[in-house]
Design a protein around this ligand. Structure first.
Ligand code: NAI
Ligand code: MG
Length: 338
């Protein structure tokens, strides 16, 4: 029986890369049925709401989402729909693998997975200004919330993931030396949880700023990294940069009752509508979706087709130094699938 997936094509380059992903999944024989729903600017224009009830209802029902990027207006306007979705469905684990497919960058053998806590920390947006001497914005204040339960479940997720996939090491990334409460709690809980895994996977810890440097100098010392929300946001773009940039970086947002798969990148308004976007990140996200529902063979076939296209055929989009349009690249992957 085919699985129904809520499909949100998204804004900017979203519709272009979503079309490529849907086409490739179809050709690969993935047993999926799409329930197309609106989100972001497209939904705002059509339904007056960036996150319509129909979209939420579809996700509630199917619990599986493939989503193109959604534009978040800066400063004014609505709050991020991406953040709202993560919160609404408590998608607490953000899993971002970075693996070299196209050699020729600084490193040719990157294979990292970043597991980021998705619902707590500084990004909850408990922010305010404090008026001093008549200046309403004299002081800005932000509150981070970190819970024992939140730390426990994200660390457990990372450790279970590492064990299931036979990864060798999990590194806890923190700033407990300075943020003694919010990051100290994370480190304490992480070490506690890790104790019961000591015979299955190696665990160590590193301070966030040192980690950022070590990732650039010698990424091979890391395998799976687990960290809190904001550190994870920053490090995941850094590791995407190690494997050819945002066009190659997929992400999964996973909770107890649902899972949403997307590219790490945004709606790329600078190249939207020009047919030049790299759809690989979203296609790899779709592969993660297939693996999540247990269809490993189809995911493997698509991954292999992508690798052959990029590596052997050297058909690449412009962000990877090639000349292929989104369509030309998609057709090349389809040829490798056949
Ligand atoms: P962006 O990721 O959209 O673009 C950054 C740079 O990377 C641009 O030069 C863009 O052309 C390039 N790029 C990104 N994806 C590409 C692809 N697939 N192929 C080729 N080049 C690609 O980040 P930016 O400009 O900061 O954000 C644009 C909008 O996207 C904002 O409204 C932001 O809020 C939203 N956004 C949405 C996300 C989501 O839906 N999960 C994640 C990040 C940003
Ligand atoms: Mg980010």
């Amino acid at each position: 029986m085919s699985r129904v997936v809520t499909l949100i094509r998204g804004d900017g380059i979203g519709p272009e890369i979503a079309a490529a992903a849907v086409r490739i999944l179809g050709e690969a024989g993935a047993d999926l049925e799409w329930d197309e729903q609106l989100g972001g600017m497209a939904a705002l224009a059509d339904a007056g709401d960036p996150l319509p009830d129909a979209t939420l209802e579809s996700i509630r029902q199917h619990r599986l989402v493939l989503k193109g990027p959604l534009t978040t207006p800066v400063g004014t306007g609505f709050r991020s729909v991406n953040v709202a979705l993560r919160r609404e469905f408590d998608l607490y684990a953000n899993v971002r693998p970075a693996r070299t497919i196209v050699p020729g960058g600084r490193y040719d053998d990157i294979d990292l997975v970043l597991v980021r806590e998705n619902t707590e920390g500084l990004y909850i947006g408990y922010e305010t200004y404090i008026t001093v001497g008549g200046d309403p914005k004299a002081v800005a204040q932000s509150t981070a919330i970190v819970t024992r339960r939140g730390c426990e479940r994200i660390v457990r997720y990372a450790l279970d993931y590492a064990v299931a996939l036979g990864r060798r090491r999990v590194t806890i990334v923190h700033k407990a030396n300075i943020l003694k409460a919010v990051s100290g709690l994370f480190l304490d809980v992480a070490r506690e949880v890790a104790e019961s895994y000591h015979d299955r996977v190696e665990v160590n810890d590193v301070i966030i700023d040192a980690c950022a440097m070590k990732l650039v100098l010698d990424p091979g010392q890391f395998d799976v990294l687990v960290t809190t929300n904001m550190f994870g946001d920053i490090l995941s773009d850094e590791i995407a940069g190690l494997v050819g940039g945002l066009g190659m970086a997929p992400g999964a947002n996973i909770g107890e009752t649902g899972a949403l798969f997307e590219a790490v990148h945004g709606s790329a308004p600078d190249i939207a509508g020009r047919g030049v976007a790299n759809p690989t990140a979203l296609i790899l996200a779709a592969c993660m979706l297939l693996e999540h529902i247990g269809d490993f063979p189809t995911a493997r076939r698509i991954r292999t087709a992508i690798e052959r296209t990029l590596r052997d055929d050297a058909v690449r989009t412009r962000d990877l130094g090639g000349h292929a349009s989104t369509d030309e690249y998609t057709v090349a992957v389809l040829r490798r699938l056949a």
